[in-house]
Design a protein around this ligand. Structure first.
Ligand code: ADP
Ligand code: ZN
Length: 633
């Protein structure tokens, strides 16, 4: 159903809006074509319609209101809860020659007054405002006196009382529609589920808005989930192998682990900073600012870090602990590769993750209904971690989207060997059973595995478990393999861990079917023992990335491209610090890479590269042509 359109729009009017929109995309933003549904959204809003836009992170939501803002008369008011970002967003727009400003609590009285004057004088195309600021009588009056092009409500899921980003002020934003019924509104979010969508429509009175729902796929992100064996070492290999010198985020579950990991990475020569809620405000904001402004920093963080980090060139997100839901995993990994360039989501996952997450749920104070939901969410996450099929297909299916094998996840690239682990699983279950029968109480994973493998440790002998019929029946598998089997059994709910009693293993009722031979256990074949990815594999992973252009392949040409890319980055760093903005405000990596690959010799050629608009061509074109000319072939 088409949404509300402005009065008396003819098809000719619509065609001309469409043409003008494309011209602005080319001239101001330097992009050749719209992405996905952007074109329809821009045309709809520019013509005066209301819209609800659901698009994944990095999908290109900003252009959906920025271009209508330039097409329509007056100022577009952008409501965003992310005060810390406004400065960068405004800087980026000014770099493009767009008249933008922001109003929030970080401005001094004098600066705010200057913005208000510019607004009243009609000198602004875009005004970013924090919701609490917008709702003040003073600000509402100010807007009464201005010509309004549209309202953009960013992070619209903040109206949802059930979500963790809830902002009470968002509930009052329905006032915009009551006060200015003629001004079109566009609400945007990357949070997909149907419930949140309904809440947004209801709370913001967007019943007549047209909904634009994009695919939630992030094709440039490569998903990898590895067995946790020696996690810090595996992380180091991952970073130094495929992402040396690149910006990334490493998520850990606890503050202590954040500190320890950041410290350790730094000692290994990786520039890494910690971030968690236990650090004081000034340390947190310095670390965040450094992450945004410097090239190639690794942020080691708890999930306190992330909301509103829209640094486009985060090349990897690594998890040393498993998130408790697929939503969490998708949101956190989604912070990689917003610029559309190849990026990796990597996670090390093992027995301890499963045990720990199950324990958190069991020991929580919440009621049974909550625990059931939490368990179902965890099961879905475990399913994703354990699957031997395409990860992306699983991930998208979780959000209700059908797809086919992606070719850009570990399971697609290096298909795991399926393994019928029914026999080992039955041995393990019997061993747990026999031990409890013999001793009258249970034992933990390490002990049970020692018995299976026939290791007559002191403790095993002391309890006479070396006399059990299951002693040594599993000597053919390594400890790592046994832990993988156990992990699988716990993940599938066949074995539970009694946290109140020294983590002892307990058979769940569901295990009977397996013991009786009524069901089987299929899993990926685990690695036999401690091992790690070699540098060559890691490089290969990088080489296979979705990079276009023959020149980006390894070889002599590739080296020259890399060398020029590095020089361009140096130039960008210097220029950015001179202007006091983050490097990506000058040019995104994708643009620099395009320049390095195509080596434009003239301004006209340079203008043909994605991300080089009119204003930037003026400001930097000559410098860049010089730099390329002096860089040698
Ligand atoms: P979102 O807000 O949806 O996370 P952004 O609006 O920040 O995404 O856009 C993500 C990235 O994609 C930005 O680097 C932006 O410049 C780029 N981008 C958006 N639209 C286009 C387009 N049509 N062509 C090329 N790049 C685009
Ligand atoms: Zn895949």
């Amino acid at each position: 159903m088409p949404g509300r359109l402005g009065p008396l729009m003819t098809t000719d009017d619509l065609a001309s809006i469409d043409r003008d929109a494309l011209a602005i995309l080319n001239r101001v933003f330097g992009y050749a074509s719209f992405r996905g549904p952007q074109r329809q959204i821009v045309a709809h809003v520019a013509a005066g319609g209301d819209a609800l836009v659901l698009m994944p992170t990095g999908g290109g939501k900003s252009l959906c209101y920025q271009i209508p803002a330039l097409l329509r008369d007056g100022v577009a008011v952008v409501i965003s809860p992310l005060i810390a970002l406004m400065q960068d967003q405004v800087d980026a727009l000014r770099e493009l020659g767009v008249r933008a400003a922001f109003l929030n609590s970080s401005l001094g009285a004098r600066e705010a007054a200057a913005v208000e004057r510019a607004l009243a004088a009609g000198e602004l195309d875009l005004l970013y405002v924090a919701p609490e600021r917008l709702l003040t009588p003073r600000c509402l009056e100010l807007l009464d006196g201005a010509k309004l092009a549209l309202f953009a409500i960013d992070e619209a899921h903040c109206v949802s009382q059930w979500g963790h980003d809830f902002r009470p002020e968002y509930l009052q934003l329905a006032v915009l529609h009551e006060r200015w019924p003629q001004v079109p509104r566009i609400a945007l979010t990357a949070t997909a589920d149907a419930l949140t969508r309904r809440e947004i429509v209801e709370k913001l009175a967007l019943q007549s808005a047209r909904e634009f729902v994009s695919s939630f796929d992030r094709p440039n992100i490569r998903y990898r989930i590895v067995e946790k064996i020696d996690p810090k070492r595996q992380l180091l290999d991952f970073i130094s192998g495929a992402h040396a010198g690149e910006a990334g985020i490493v998520y850990c579950a606890s503050r202590a682990k954040v500190e320890e990991t950041a410290h350790w990475l730094s000692a290994q020569g990786i520039a890494a900073l910690p971030y968690h809620a236990g650090l004081d405000n000034s340390t947190r904001s310095t670390h965040q600012a450094r992450f945004l402004r410097e090239d190639g920093l690794v942020m080691v963080a708890t999930i306190a870090f992330g909301m509103g980090i829209d640094k486009p060139d985060v090349r990897f997100v690594a998890h040393l602990d498993m998130p408790k839901s697929v939503e969490g995993y998708y949101q956190e990994t989604g912070r990689a590769g917003r610029d559309g360039e190849p990026a990796e989501a990597w996670m090390a996952y093992g027995l301890a993750d499963v045990v720990q997450q199950r324990r958190l749920i069991e020991q929580s104070e919440a009621d049974d209904a909550y625990k059931r939901v939490a368990t179902a969410k965890l099961d879905a996450m475990l399913g994703l971690a354990e699957t031997i099929d395409c990860r992306r297909v699983r991930l998208l299916a979780y959000f209700g989207e059908a797809s086919t094998a992606c070719g850009n996840c570990d399971n697609c690239l290096e298909p795991p060997q399926p393994w019928d682990a029914t026999e080992p699983a039955r041995k393990l279950l019997s061993c747990i059973y026999r031990i409890r029968q013999a001793s009258g109480f249970g034992f933990g994973a390490q002990h049970v595995i020692a018995v299976l493998r026939g290791q007559a440790s002191e403790r095993v002998r002391q309890h006479r478990h070396d006399a059990l019929s299951t002693f040594g029946i599993g000597a053919d598998l390594s400890e790592t393999e046994w832990r993988a089997v156990l992990r699988q059994l716990i993940a599938q709910g066949l074995v539970s861990v009694d946290h109140a009693r020294h983590q002892v293993l307990v058979l769940a009722d569901a295990s009977r079917a397996l013991l009786r031979g009524e069901r089987t256990l299929q899993m990926r074949r685990p690695k036999a023992g401690p091992g790690r990815r070699t540098g060559r594999n890691a490089r290969r992973a990088r080489g296979e990335s979705a990079n276009e252009g023959a020149a980006s392949q390894a070889g002599v040409g590739g080296d020259a491209v890399e060398a020029l890319f590095e020089r361009l980055k140096q130039w960008r760093r210097a220029t950015a610090s001179e202007r006091g903005v983050p490097p990506y405000v000058i040019f995104h990596d994708a643009t620099l890479r395009g320049i390095a690959e195509r080596r434009p010799a003239t301004l006209a050629e340079l203008a043909g590269i994605g991300g080089v608009g009119e204003k930037k061509l003026d400001a930097y074109g000559a410098q860049l042509i010089d730099l390329i000319g002096s860089a040698g072939p």
